[in-house]
Ligand binder design. Structure first.
Ligand code: ZN
Length: 277
């Protein structure tokens, strides 16, 4: 699989080709599990199973194959031999681009469920033809899937990296710092503000690293690296329980491979490991 996804909201007519179906029940996706591999249903033509669909969206093509996102009611049992499984746990069980398409499908289904009515006048929204949008037939207000940008930043100090334990972490792990963008802020502003607020550290040399859609529920994580410019660690004790500078080869428990937080930390470790060898 090359993993090229082309987004499209244009429902084509008279489908006969096979299509991938990303079907959700209460934010869990219908899959067949075989060992450590998970697959979503590949069906010919229209949805023809007994599962009653609450909503359905054509979302585009993945390597030329049509993709649908759909939802069934909370009471719907999975078909024989299949299960509804959380997306988080399916990472690594399918090709990365497949998993990303599943995240995209979940985000679109969430949006469709949430934005059924116009937020301005309360009239029932209609789908806008040819766009991933809804339009209110009474006041013409548009609604789009909400995407909330959040910044995530790895702060370096030579061979050491700033990692913090946040009170929201369920596990006892340390990670890089993160925070949501506030009105009027540039992404660089958020980097400086979050690091300062949460750890008392000033940063410089802010560089873009990469980004990751994170629809839990609607974030786009925008990752940066930065360097220590001044200040010593002082945590607020509420959001951040503890923060420390860790040597690259003596790290505590860190987040799993799925997250861009981990990609940042891996990048830092690799950079220093290479330098030594
Ligand atoms: Zn309206």
């Amino acid at each position: 699989m090359e993993g090229l996804f082309i987004s499209s909201g244009n429902q084509q007519q008279e489908k006969t080709d096979p299509a991938w179906w990303f079907i959700f029940r209460d934010r869990k996706m219908l899959v067949t599990i075989d060992g450590d591999k998970a697959t979503v249903p590949l069906l010919h033509g229209e949805w023809n199973h007994d599962l009653p669909l609450v909503r359905k969206h054509y979302i585009g093509t993945l390597d030329g194959t049509d993709c649908y996102a759909a939802e069934v009611t909370k009471e719907t049992p999975p078909p024989e031999g299949m299960v509804f499984h959380g997306l988080w746990g399916l990472f690594g069980c399918m090709a990365d681009e497949f998993h990303r398409t599943a995240l995209r499908a979940m985000h679109i289904i969430d949006w469709d469920r949430t934005d059924q009515y116009c937020s301005r006048c309360g009239t029932k929204n209609e789908l806008k033809i040819g766009e991933r949008a809804k339009i209110c037939p009474a006041c013409n207000a548009l609604s789009f899937p909400r995407i909330s940008p959040a910044v995530i930043v790895l702060v370096e100090r030579g061979r050491r990296v700033l990692l913090a334990r946040a009170s929201r972490f369920m596990r006892n792990w340390y990670s890089v710092l993160a925070g949501f963008v506030e009105p009027g802020e540039t992404l660089e502003d958020v980097v400086r503000r979050e690091v300062k607020e949460e750890t008392g550290i000033d940063v410089k040399d802010i560089r873009y690293f990469g980004s990751q859609p994170w629809p839990f529920p609607d974030s786009l994580m925008v990752a940066f690296t930065a360097k220590h410019a001044g200040g010593e660690i002082q945590v607020d004790g509420t959001e951040i329980v503890e923060a420390q500078w860790f040597e690259y080869d003596r790290l505590p428990d860190i987040p799993g491979k799925i997250s861009i937080a981990r990609a940042l930390i891996d990048w830092f470790v690799e950079k220093h490991t290479k330098r030594r060898s």
